[in-house]
Design a binder for this molecule. Structure first.
Ligand code: 1PR
Length: 504
């Protein structure tokens, strides 16, 4: 904005008294300076409309950064007459950011603060207002019905310099609560591919085999038709209405062709973005590619195409494995991998790495391989007495690579990934529950948020993974597609176990 002279234009606009609604960075730009990228070029100066600075969340107490997900907002004081902004006290909105303005009741910021939100033990400013300016740290456009109501209320009656200022005049110093309001996220995932008739379908099998096991009643090892569980856009809309906190599309055969030529997949994202107002992740084929006619496309270009159609995050699978293999070989990042280039351009919160590990069982008494320190050796439970490590795979589990899941998780965090999606080839589609050993192993190796995936068979499994690991989110496919368990049932079970959930 500085380079293009837009900051000055924005300053003039704000001074004119006309309405302004800022979202996320659109709120942060109002502040004096931000420490984001300060290591490269020093603090980045903002508009100084609000005299305070933006700094990074602390990771104290082991909390994950970015702050990603649905968190509650609190008004500093009750809604008063003349205030038409529809922000529900205690409602949850979608946040995704690593930097924040710490709430300070003793500074000028107090007069700007409209709502606060707590993450870990930090209370930060989640929306500001004065005169013609209203801005939120969260994303109302991705906050489901609550966010749409907020935008609607503001568009009908935007605050202007003539509106009464709703900012608190009294100082409110509330100590942080024992527990923050960040909800555990429930994600509906759709594995998408073209079936043999050429239609794009949501499919699902077990252990990554998505073809029917019988043809005309006869079992076949070659596999029957691709299992068809519905249309991607209508299923996504259904899960949004049902209260899914996030939607994920994985293009599971993308490694076969160029994603930019994969127009149907881009069209799916575009159509879904018209109906789904929660975050959407798209994975599959996010890598440097070359079209059949020889035209090269960078991973950044591919990701950009999906973001422009309405995706919020891209998920990188196979390419992440190759990037970490190169990182371990060279000892330092090249700055050129898809993870690095996309994180630099769009922020690390936009880069998810999808990991497809498989257990490799070993004899614990004789094993002397490189993954000794990562061996799982449970003394209780169904796996008692066994020992294994987790090996990474590429191309949807078709090829195993000489890399452990811990090496991959740490490597992609170093490269700038903002979230990890942990699948399990052993559990996928089995309904046996999430692999808690795997989730704990990864969660303890990184600081970024972790999404547990594969194996959900009942609502209880979501409670188990949230109580038994520090995962920030859990994802399921089969049980939702086959309508065996509803998203509402999952959230009720979580709520009964005193886990934070987002209600519509
Ligand atoms: O390698 O960057 O092109 O990404 C490919 C992506 O596609 C990866 O994220 C990979 O996990 C996924 N993928 C590739 N092949 C398959 C397949 O099924 N044949 N799907 C596949 C992986 C796992 C999850 C599934 C959960 C939950 N499927 O997507 O949804 O396991 O299932 P459940 O709840 O039914 O147990 P790249």
């Amino acid at each position: 904005m500085n380079q293009k002279g837009l900051l000055e234009a924005l300053r003039d606009y704000l001074a004119s008294g006309r309405p302004y609604f800022g979202i996320c960075i659109g709120m942060q730009v109002l502040f004096a300076a931000s420490m984001e990228h300060a290591d490269v070029e020093g603090p980045v100066l903002g508009l100084s409309v609000i005299p305070n600075d933006i700094d990074r969340f602390s990771t104290e107490g082991g909390k994950a950064v970015p702050h990603m997900g649905w968190n509650r907002v609190e008004r500093l004081r009750p809604k008063e007459s003349g205030d038409t902004i529809d922000i529900g006290a205690g409602l949850s909105y979608y946040f995704v950011h690593s930097y924040r303005a710490l709430y300070n009741p003793d500074s000028a910021l107090n007069d700007w603060t409209y709502t606060t939100t707590q993450y870990g033990q930090e209370v930060f400013v989640s929306s500001v207002n004065q005169g013609n300016i209203f801005a939120t740290q969260f994303h109302p456009e991705k906050s489901g019905p609550a966010g749409l109501r907020l935008l609607d209320s503001w568009i009908r009656a935007p605050t202007t310099s003539l509106s009464p200022s709703f900012a608190p005049k009294t100082r409110v110093a509330r100590p942080p609560r024992e527990r923050d309001g960040l909800a555990k996220r429930v994600i509906a995932c759709m594995d998408v591919r073209t079936n043999d008739e050429g239609d794009l379908v949501v499919t699902k099998g077990d252990q990554y085999d998505v073809r029917e096991k019988t043809v005309n009643g006869i079992t076949t090892s070659a596999g029957g038709a691709v299992r068809n569980l519905g249309k991607p856009v209508s299923l996504a809309a259904k899960y949004y209405e049902a209260g899914a906190d996030e939607i994920c599309f994985l293009n599971i055969t993308s490694f076969r062709s160029s994603p930019l030529l994969d127009q149907p997949m881009l069209a799916v994202v575009r159509a879904a973005a018209n109906e789904v107002f929660v975050p959407m992740t798209i994975g599959g084929g996010i890598k440097d590619t070359v079209d059949p006619d020889g035209t090269p496309h960078s991973a950044l270009e591919v990701a950009g195409a999906y973001f422009r159609e309405g995706a919020d995050k891209v998920s990188i699978g196979s390419e992440a494995v190759y990037s970490v293999e190169a990182l371990l070989k060279d000892g330092k990042p090249t700055g050129k991998t898809g993870i690095e280039t996309i994180a630099r351009a769009y922020g690390s919160q936009a880069v998810v790495v999808s990991i497809d590990p498989r257990r490799v069982y070993v004899d614990p008494d004789t094993y002397d391989g490189p993954y000794k320190d990562e061996l799982m050796r449970p003394s209780t439970g169904p796996d008692a007495g066994k020992a294994w490590w987790y090996q990474c795979t590429v191309s949807g589990g078709r090829e195993s690579r000489p890399l452990s899941v811990v090496q991959l998780a740490k490597g992609v965090e170093q490269l700038g990934a903002g979230e990890l999606l942990i699948n399990s080839i052993d559990r996928d589609g089995t309904g046996k529950g999430f692999d808690l050993h795997l989730i704990n192993l990864v969660k303890n190796a990184v600081r970024i948020p972790v999404v547990a995936s594969s194996g959900a068979g009942s609502e209880r499994h979501f409670v188990d993974v949230f109580e038994g690991t520090g995962a920030e989110a859990a994802l399921a496919a089969g049980i939702f597609h086959r309508e065996e368990v509803s998203i509402r049932a999952v959230k009720e079970a979580m709520s009964e176990s005193r886990l934070n959930v987002r209600w519509l």
